[in-house]
Design a protein around this ligand. Structure first.
Ligand code: HEC
Length: 440
């Protein structure tokens, strides 16, 4: 561990207590994050399916109608994704202050870019949704599709910035090498992680839409000749085949994870999650084999199983992070303790030190001597001149020295001397007048 930390920046912690017990923040972080990422998944996956369906709709109108219906869900899911993002952000700020802000700072430009990119992406999704009927033919339709594609690409890019950050924060030993967002992409295993996330987005959206269009009171009037069982089957398929792909992407992610946070516990959690995932997949394909009257009857069970998988992956993710950062956290704690000890020692010495001896007028005059000489003009006027101006009036000198004015145009402004204190200034003033008179 020491070898690893040798080149690792280890900041001192802010010795502030957490507002609630740490375990509670961890539970909140994992729970809030999963809710947030669910809606992010539906937003990203939805934007992909909208584009694909709209593109297919260029040939066959029924797909265009379906794309339009999916687009209605994207804007809602996007709002929920943003609102639900606040919780995990606050928790991560508190639990990983040092690592989180370090990663933010190291990817600074891209990190800040999230705000304008999100704004543009959101405006485009609304534009796309509200111009659907108006811009439905010819060149306008192409433009419309392009708007959808642009929004989708932005939705592809924004999570990558987040991902680069949460990934970078896990590997403090790499921080010194990072030069901004793009270089952070080569750290750890950002790309497999990203692919795993994208696939999850599409699979989740498939599962969501199978339920959304498959529900009993769903209004399918705008959906042309699509029937409820047909839609259920279609989105089940999306979910099933993409989830099948996760059995390639998942292991790819797991086996490219830097060993920093790999523990038996991580493997146990992830493999249990994957086992439930396999069961879920088996049930999904089972559903697909059913005829139109019965497809969808196991939807609730499948969603429940999927939730277990997601909870497993989310917990595994957290356990990996804790293990990866254990050394760094310990080093920060150690540095903070050593700092607190040194500070206490310093304060103790300070309290025990004897009070500074009173300074004589001659010693105090050093504060003025650099600029005021007996009878030559240095930076300021000579003492002879001052003695003439303030003869019998040492208090006048004190008043001036506390807040000097601006008198002589050929000379610079005198700095105020108020920090010396009134009593000391008084001593200096008397000596000044004495010296000035003697030099006449
Ligand atoms: C960094 C240089 C500098 C130091 C240090 C400095 N002075 Fe001055 N002092 C000046 C200058 C320059 C002037 C002329 C300012 C003007 O006329 O605008 C001046 C002017 C004065 C005057 C004349 C005021 C008047 O009414 O014309 C007095 C009195 C004086 N200084 C007192 C002090 C005392 C007392 C100290 C030390 C505690 C001190 N100065 C330290 C630069 C300095």
């Amino acid at each position: 561990m020491n070898a690893l930390l040798a080149s690792t920046p280890v900041p001192r912690d802010l010795p502030l207590p957490l507002p609630v017990p740490e375990w509670l923040l961890v539970v909140c972080l994992v729970a809030f994050f999963l809710v947030h990422i669910l809606f992010v998944n539906l937003m990203v996956g939805g934007s992909v399916l909208v584009v694909i369906a709209e593109w297919m709709g260029l040939k066959n109108k029924r797909w265009d109608a379906l794309a339009h219906e999916i687009a209605q869900t994207v804007t809602v899911n996007k709002s929920l994704a943003v609102v639900m993002g606040i919780g995990p952000l606050l928790c991560i700020n508190l639990l990983y202050t040092m690592q989180w802000y370090s990663a933010n700072a190291l990817t600074g430009h891209a990190w800040l870019l999230i705000v304008p990119l999100v704004i543009v992406a959101f405006l485009l999704t609304y534009l796309h949704k509200y111009t659907w009927d108006k811009w439905s033919s010819g060149g306008r339709k192409t433009l419309h599709l392009l708007i959808g594609i642009t929004a989708m690409l932005l939705f592809f890019f924004i999570p990558l910035i987040f991902l680069a950050n949460v990934n970078l924060m896990l590997f403090p030993s790499e921080w010194e090498k990072v030069r901004g967002f793009f270089s952070s992409l080569s750290i750890g295993n950002v790309l497999p992680r990203y692919l795993h996330f994208m696939a999850a987005s599409i699979a989740m959206t498939g599962l969501f839409l199978a339920g959304w269009f498959g529900r009993k009171n769903a209004d399918l009037a705008h959906l042309g000749d699509f029937t409820r069982p047909e839609l259920r089957r279609l989105f089940y398929q999306v979910c099933a085949y993409v989830t099948l792909g996760q059995f390639v992407l998942g292991p790819l992610l797991l086996f490219t994870l830097p060993p920093a946070g790999i523990t038996t516990q991580v493997y146990l959690i992830i493999f249990s999650g994957a086992a439930v995932g396999l069961l879920t997949l088996w049930m999904l394909f089972g559903e697909l084999k059913r005829d139109d009257t019965r497809i969808g009857s196991r939807y609730g069970l499948i969603v429940a199983l999927f939730s277990i998988v997601v909870l497993g992956m989310g917990s595994g993710r957290h356990v990996y992070r804790e293990a990866a950062l254990a050394g760094h956290k310990a080093a920060i704690k150690d540095r903070t303790e050593r700092y607190a000890a040194a500070l206490a020692e310093f304060n103790k010495n300070l309290a025990a030190a004897p009070a500074p001896a009173e300074q004589t007028a001659e010693q105090l005059f050093i504060n003025c001597a650099a600029c005021h000489a007996p009878n030559v003009k240095l930076v300021g006027p000579p003492l002879t001149e001052i003695a003439q101006l303030y003869a019998g009036n040492p208090d006048g000198i004190v008043t001036w020295a506390k807040a000097p004015g601006k008198k002589r145009p050929e000379l610079p402004q005198m700095p105020p001397m108020i920090h010396l204190g009134e009593a000391n200034l008084r001593k200096i003033a008397e000596l000044m007048l004495e010296k000035g008179a003697a030099a006449q």
